[in-house]
Ligand binder design. Structure first.
Ligand SMILES: C[S@@+](CC[C@H](N)C(=O)[O-])C[C@H]1O[C@@H](n2cnc3c(N)ncnc32)[C@H](O)[C@@H]1O
Length: 184
């Protein structure tokens, strides 16, 4: 969506916005990682894509923001890491089928794309997600509700995957929903 893209582009062109550390939910569960091809969905500046590439994956990093992926690509090239940036709107992008050994989704929640997420995973592939849930409005009252995971958590969105770890109200404020699941 154009409005979203402009909002994120202006953030990612700021010099004080730098590539953060990879998400602790990913690093703390690094023992589950294998190797192969990974997808970082709505990758932003790609902290998690960089971590996955350092862990041995070839990574497709999709985001709607060109400036974000330009910065990620520069960092990946500097570190000689195998990351392929894909500038795309996930509302319409046809995610490839049966391609990925791992899918990471951090701080992006879009129920309509969840069935294509399952389809893009290979058998045995891992999904790792962490994003804000309905409790987040107690910290950020203006946050758009449709981007928040509802009370039931992420499990209802991953039909056909086996849940490895499911935390509905994680983090100090209980405002994170986190899930790891594997495709049968
Ligand atoms: C909160 S940031 C999360 C970035 C990254 N996953 C992380 O955890 O640092 C949300 C990201 O979603 C991207 N985004 C928003 N709407 C999108 C869409 N329709 N298609 C692709 N990316 C989108 C934004 O550009 C932004 O980078």
């Amino acid at each position: 969506m154009k409005q979203d893209r402009e909002k994120w582009n202006s953030r990612y062109t700021r010099h004080d916005v730098t590539i953060p550390d990879p998400d602790p939910f990913l690093t703390e569960n690094a023992s589950l990682l294998t190797k192969g091809t990974a997808l970082d969905l709505a990758a932003g500046l790609g902290a998690n894509a960089l971590f996955l590439a350092r862990s041995g994956y070839g990574v497709d990093a999709i985001d709607i923001s060109f400036p974000a992926l330009l910065r990620l690509k520069a960092e990946a090239d500097r570190l000689s890491l195998d990351i392929r940036p894909i500038v795309a709107d996930l509302d319409t992008y046809p995610v490839p089928i049966n391609r990925y050994d791992l899918v990471a989704i951090f701080y992006f929640f879009s129920p309509p794309i969840m069935s294509s997420i399952r389809n893009c995973m290979k058998r045995g592939g891992l999904l790792v997600c962490s994003t804000y849930n309905y409790r987040h409005t107690s910290i950020k009252p203006g946050f758009t509700r449709k981007y928040l995971v509802p009370r039931g958590g992420l499990a209802p969105y991953v039909h056909g995957l086996d849940i490895v770890l499911n935390e509905n109200e994680a983090g100090e404020a209980g405002n994170l929903s986190r899930l790891i699941a594997r495709k049968r």
